[in-house]
Design a protein around this ligand. Structure first.
Ligand SMILES: [Zn+2]
Ligand SMILES: [Zn+2]
Length: 333
């Protein structure tokens, strides 16, 4: 089975579930763990069956729920090394520790944790309770309690995790331009132009179906256009309407950042790509990362529809819009 479920898309959180064969990957974790699990259940996806999380870049709308989700599920997180470093810096701005010291600390913590057989398990993670439990144990960390030695021991380990907000069950590195395999899904990460440490998009392939994720990019460079060829599905950014952005509420510095070569794709830029360079092969074109302040779903849709309808051969492309507040109907191949 191949399935693509956008749980959320936009500046308040990004999350997609890609399923291929027996493997399920969460692409970005930009919602709280609780909200992420809620949306997965709404979309008929079981959080307990996720095998891994893969991250595009370290902006908070892509990683806000990462640590809690990975810990609760006990699954590995795939980053580029630079994105991982940036995420660590983001979570520990005052930490006086070199990266190699930090890495060593993570390794020894992971070993210690495994030795104590107290790794977080899926059974520990009732999705309903996940975040409540986390908040609860956060509270407990500050309490002086007199429990049984066994409980005390287990809590000690949990406290260790809580002391380091960057602790993850397992970290795996990948590089843009080098394919990797997670279970039944092969993944081609590619560099995108965006103001993050080492941002990437992905092409996921399973059972002969190719699905691309390309959001958060300031323009459409040649390498991205090449990656988007021969895909069956693409989640493509259509962030803002140029006029709405120019006349909108953002301060000029933010407007400049959005408009820059490392900002976000406008409806107009996306339309230009769809009209002139897109190969027309995708069964589904999903517009995503729409700004709530500087765009309207109808403007993005009309702009892309116009671009696609200008090319008679492309009439079969199904155009969908991914939203911020509810999951998109899962797409099955
Ligand atoms: Zn984003
Ligand atoms: Zn971003």
């Amino acid at each position: 089975m191949v399935r693509f479920t956008v749980l959320a898309s936009g500046s308040k959180g990004n999350c997609t579930v890609v399923t291929g064969g027996n493997t399920r990957i969460l692409v970005d974790a930009g919602l709280s763990c609780r909200e992420l699990f809620r949306r997965m259940r709404l979309a008929d996806e079981d959080p307990a069956t996720l095998d891994a999380i893969i991250i595009t870049h370290e902006h908070s709308d892509h990683v806000a729920g990462l640590a809690v989700t990975a810990r609760k599920l006990g699954i590995p997180v795939y980053f580029t090394e630079d994105t991982h470093r940036a995420w660590v810096r983001w979570l520990s701005p005052r930490r006086q520790m070199t990266y190699s010291q930090w890495l060593e600390q993570c390794r020894s913590q992971a070993v210690a944790l495994m030795a104590e057989t107290d790794a977080p398990t899926i059974e520990d993670c009732d999705p309903e309770e996940a975040e409540a439990a986390c908040e609860e144990s956060d509270l407990e960390a500050g309490r002086d309690n007199s429990e049984q030695p066994e409980q005390a021991h287990s809590k000690k380990t949990k406290k260790k995790e809580q002391k380091d907000p960057t602790w993850l069950p397992k970290v795996e590195y990948f590089q843009a331009g080098e394919s990797l395999q997670i279970g039944d899904i092969s993944i081609s990460p590619f560099t995108i132009p965006h103001d993050a440490a080492d941002p990437v998009g992905f092409v996921f392939q399973a059972e002969g179906v190719r699905m691309a994720v390309a959001t958060d990019l300031g323009y459409m460079p040649t390498n991205v256009k090449a990656q988007l060829k021969r895909v069956d599905l693409m989640l493509l950014e259509s962030n803002h309407d140029l006029e709405m952005l120019r006349d909108g509420p953002y301060p000029w510095s933010v407007k400049q950042r959005v408009l820059s070569r490392v900002g976000h794709l406008s409806n107009e830029a996306t339309a230009t790509y769809l009209e002139s360079e897109y190969d027309g092969q995708a069964t589904y074109v999903i517009l995503g990362h729409l700004s709530e302040s500087n765009n309207l779903p109808e403007l993005a849709r009309i702009s892309a529809e116009r671009a696609l309808s200008g090319r008679a051969s492309l009439l079969a492309n199904r155009l969908l819009l991914a939203g911020q507040h509810q999951p998109l109907e899962p797409i099955l191949f």
